[in-house]
Design a protein around this ligand. Structure first.
Ligand SMILES: *Cc1c(COP(=O)(O)O)cnc(C)c1O
Length: 379
């Protein structure tokens, strides 16, 4: 099955009871048993729920995995991955990272004795010097947030395999429409399904997808034992979202290209970060591992003035100033004061998150309206 078919049919069966085409929302916590242990595969909804299972099968299908797991949020999914580790273990992670992931790693798990190294991974050789016998996990985000660096998943996976380290890739920004990390050597794919997979800014959810049965069993154990599952209503919404993922992504990419090219010619803009530009430092890797370049763009204004950047995001009308990304509607954000506020200023500036950086999640509205909006706001 090809990707555009998998988004609609992958892992899906019509409901056996009445043939409903979409899975019913099984809004139940428990399931009747005819005799102790005599059930139809479902005992309790933290462990299994038919609506959630339908979604988990869709996750596995679109990411070319075998097992999908749905969580109550993206961070809950990451939390489950780190719980594979024990005190003394070490993690090598990209330095230009979603703020909440950084917070979870440093403010929660460092306290449990897990050590994190945040490094630039544009050159995979850089990783090797941080590897020791305690290294158990490499955590990659690509494109990175919000600097749009591209990390070569295949090269990183070679280092991971050589040292028997689990490689996890946060595929939230790219989605499997653009890149399939399991095909490039990753062991775990993670999503904030809140973003493109859900696609309509109406649900918070996380996902993990793996191929390996042993790893899947460990993660299922953690999911059930820790309990950060999502509800059936939210599962239904994300399953519905996935059915249009490919058409939405196609338009996100087209609009993203138009907006990036417009901003690049604007006299008040200093720099535009978008992997589709030929002079983007990792453009060749993006070309190789991604099908297109996505709808996420960051830019910096000339003079790098904090207040001017704030004024621009306040003036935008079609772009809503809001946290999050990946919905049908365009959003703007000011990382220094919003998503990356929890990262110390010196740390964030090292990776390029300066005071005037603005991040756009380009939606699927008419491209002319998006460009007109940027024009009136930037001036
Ligand atoms: C939003 C996001 C997360 C966290 O997901 P939640 O669903 O908000 O918990 C993790 N990684 C990336 C890249 C994100 O954009």
């Amino acid at each position: 099955m090809k990707f555009n078919t998998k988004t609609i049919h992958g892992g899906q069966e019509h409901d056996p009871a009445y043939g409903s085409v979409m899975p019913p929302i099984y809004q139940t916590s428990t399931y009747a048993q005819s005799t102790p242990g005599g059930h139809k595969g479902y005992e309790y909804s933290r462990t299994h729920n038919p609506t959630r299972n339908a979604l988990e099968n869709a996750f596995a299908s679109i990411e070319n995995g075998k097992y999908g797991l749905a969580f109550g949020s993206g961070l809950a999914a990451i939390d489950a991955v780190i719980k594979l580790l024990k005190p003394g273990d070490e993690v090598i992670s990209t330095n230009d990272l979603y703020g909440g992931t950084y917070r979870l790693f440093t403010k929660i798990f460092e306290g449990f004795g897990i050590k994190f190294h945040f490094i630039g991974m544009q050159n995979a050789d850089n990783i090797e010097s941080y590897v020791n016998q305690n290294t158990k996990l490499i955590w990659v985000e690509t494109p990175t947030n919000p600097m749009m660096n591209i990390i070569d998943i295949k090269s990183v996976s070679k280092v991971a395999k050589k040292h028997d380290i689990i490689l996890a890739v946060d595929n939230t920004f790219a989605t499997p429409y653009l890149q399939v990390p399991l095909d490039l050597g990753a062991d775990i794919v993670m999503h904030s399904a809140t973003k493109y997979l859900g696609g309509h800014s109406d649900v918070v959810m996380g996902a993990l997808i793996v191929k390996d049965k042993e790893l899947a069993d460990k993660l299922y154990f953690i999911q059930n034992a820790s309990g950060a599952v999502c509800g059936p209503q939210d599962s239904f919404l994300v399953l519905r979202g996935i059915k249009t993922l490919h058409v939405r992504m196609q338009r996100h990419c087209e609009n993203g290209k138009a907006v990036a090219e417009y901003l690049r010619t604007h006299p008040k803009i200093e720099k535009v970060y978008w992997p589709g530009f030929e002079d983007h430092p990792n453009h060749n890797i993006a070309r190789e591992q991604m099908k297109d370049f996505g709808g996420m763009i960051s830019f910096v204004t000339k003079g790098n003035d904090y207040n001017e950047a704030v004024k621009i995001v306040e003036k935008l009308k079609v772009f809503t100033l809001a946290e999050s990304l990946g919905g049908v509607e365009s959003l703007s954000g000011h990382p220094a004061s919003m998503t990356h506020a929890s990262i110390p200023k010196e740390e964030r500036e090292k990776t390029g998150v300066v005071d005037s950086l603005i991040r756009l999640s380009v939606g699927i509205e008419d491209e002319d309206d998006l460009i007109a909006d940027l024009k009136q706001a930037i001036g």
